[in-house]
Design a binder for this molecule. Sequence first.
Ligand SMILES: *[C@@H]1O[C@H](CO)[C@@H](O)[C@H](O)[C@H]1NC(C)=O
Ligand SMILES: *[C@@H]1O[C@H](CO)[C@@H](O)[C@H](O)[C@H]1NC(C)=O
Ligand SMILES: *[C@@H]1O[C@H](CO)[C@@H](O)[C@H](O)[C@H]1NC(C)=O
Ligand SMILES: *[C@@H]1O[C@H](CO)[C@@H](O)[C@H](O)[C@H]1NC(C)=O
Ligand SMILES: *[C@@H]1O[C@H](CO)[C@@H](O)[C@H](O)[C@H]1NC(C)=O
Ligand SMILES: *[C@@H]1O[C@H](CO)[C@@H](O)[C@H](O)[C@H]1NC(C)=O
Ligand SMILES: *[C@@H]1O[C@H](CO)[C@@H](O)[C@H](O)[C@H]1NC(C)=O
Ligand SMILES: *[C@@H]1O[C@H](CO)[C@@H](O)[C@H](O)[C@H]1NC(C)=O
Ligand SMILES: *[C@@H]1O[C@H](CO)[C@@H](O)[C@H](O)[C@H]1NC(C)=O
Length: 396
Amino acid sequence: MILCAKLNIFKGCMAWSSWSVCKECNQYRQRVEFNCSRTQESRPCICPPEINPELKNRSIAYNSSLQFICSLSGFPTPEILWTKDGVNLGNNNTFTIRQARFEDSGQYTCSAKNSEGSKNSTFWIEVAGVSPQITEPPRSQSLAEGYPVNLSCVASGIPTPTLVWTFNNGDLPSGINQTGYEGGSILVSPSVTREMNGTYKCTAKNKANTTSSSATLRVYGKASARVVSEKYITLIQGYALALTCKVNEETISVMWKKDGELITERAVIETRLDEKKSKLALTEVVEEDSGEYSCEARNKLGTVARSVVMVNVKGNSEAPSSSSSSSSSSLEWYYIGGPLAAVVFLLVLISYCKKRRETAPPHVPSRPNEGEDEVELDKLNAVVAIDDGATLYLSE
Ligand SMILES: *[C@@H]1O[C@H](CO)[C@@H](O)[C@H](O)[C@H]1NC(C)=O
Ligand SMILES: *[C@@H]1O[C@H](CO)[C@@H](O)[C@H](O)[C@H]1NC(C)=O
Ligand SMILES: *[C@@H]1O[C@H](CO)[C@@H](O)[C@H](O)[C@H]1NC(C)=O
Ligand SMILES: *[C@@H]1O[C@H](CO)[C@@H](O)[C@H](O)[C@H]1NC(C)=O
Ligand SMILES: *[C@@H]1O[C@H](CO)[C@@H](O)[C@H](O)[C@H]1NC(C)=O
Ligand SMILES: *[C@@H]1O[C@H](CO)[C@@H](O)[C@H](O)[C@H]1NC(C)=O
Ligand SMILES: *[C@@H]1O[C@H](CO)[C@@H](O)[C@H](O)[C@H]1NC(C)=O
Ligand SMILES: *[C@@H]1O[C@H](CO)[C@@H](O)[C@H](O)[C@H]1NC(C)=O
Ligand SMILES: *[C@@H]1O[C@H](CO)[C@@H](O)[C@H](O)[C@H]1NC(C)=O
């Protein structure tokens, strides 16, 4: 063993495999085995280079660092040459890739040469990234026109993916701004419009792959309600009251109220959303039917539009008359102004009607007249709802 150890000066050229059997290369560069105890002194040994058998096609991770050793043996010490795609990389037996980039992919060759021969090895290295993954997909939302919206998208991957948005598979609508940062992107609009209703797709892309995620933005318009009539109606007891309220296509439900209370008794209400109207009919009115009648239209998000008329029923003894304001009007406002706005408005309204009555000729039969004097006293009390899967939270 000791003798062999002496011989084992050139790694790979000589070695022992047991206590008594030694291996080396002979002068014909063939491998021979012999009894170690036979030889007392070291002998020079020459052998051609051997290439590292681990140099094979392989895929390495992006940003990883690796060392490749070309030759494991050979005496005299071989001259090494590393090349990549034919370009010289140097003569160090060890070749290192630091923080692998995609450009490091390619065909590598290492050759080792000495007086006894030359060997080479060619292999391919592929630098693989990590496919992008959307870690925070955009959320579908439902909201009313005029409200701000944010849609964000965050993705991981190696290298860091770039994010691009599309709207209904095309360009983003105007009024939406895109802000990007490392691995993420946010779409912001201070005020959504009907044109922004649709599907927004966030696409994350890097060299490894591409992936995307979509969210829908549902933008609901306001409901509208308009009672087609005078603002102020006077009826004689026993006559019929018929009111028609026109709504728009955003309306999903209509409610009639008298003095703020839901009308339940006697009134016949017929709502035809397909015809965008609702009718209220009362036969044989009595004095107690006097009051403020309102038609309330609601959109999908619970935003309410309201239109009001005043009905005054007089006893039989009094002469038939009706509001003599010659121009009919309809009005519309939204809830948020609340009772205060209503009171203020009604005061204004009553004084206005009185004035009109003073100036108008008496007993002019009134005709319903549409589309005039639309008043919007206050903005809608719109509500922002978030779609959580299939659930749409509505509130008022
Ligand atoms: C090696 O040589 C020694 C001494 O000559 C002898 O005792 C031994 O049996 C030999 N071993 C082999 C494997 O030939
Ligand atoms: C190594 O990769 C190259 C290029 O991808 C291919 O042509 C070759 O056949 C592969 N060799 C082996 C042993 O897989
Ligand atoms: C690449 O690796 C270095 C050191 O290992 C690390 O500091 C860096 O953050 C990595 N870069 C990427 C994009 O993973
Ligand atoms: C060869 O590479 C090794 C390992 O990377 C390094 O330690 C050594 O300094 C290099 N030698 C030359 C001559 O560049
Ligand atoms: C690599 O070795 C082959 C024989 O195995 C030889 O034909 C070829 O010329 C060598 N290439 C280089 C670059 O040494
Ligand atoms: C949208 O994002 C901006 C900036 O991140 C933030 O200031 C704003 O409050 C967000 N708005 C909404 C409605 O989430
Ligand atoms: C959107 O971007 C445009 C141009 O970059 C800018 O003028 C505008 O103020 C931005 N709007 C918002 C809401 O950030
Ligand atoms: C709004 O978008 C939704 C889904 O993207 C679609 O079903 C609906 O028809 C759109 N509404 C309008 C008014 O474009
Ligand atoms: C990209 O991802 C898709 C879906 O995960 C997969 O089918 C495809 O093979 C990937 N492409 C590449 C180049 O990795």
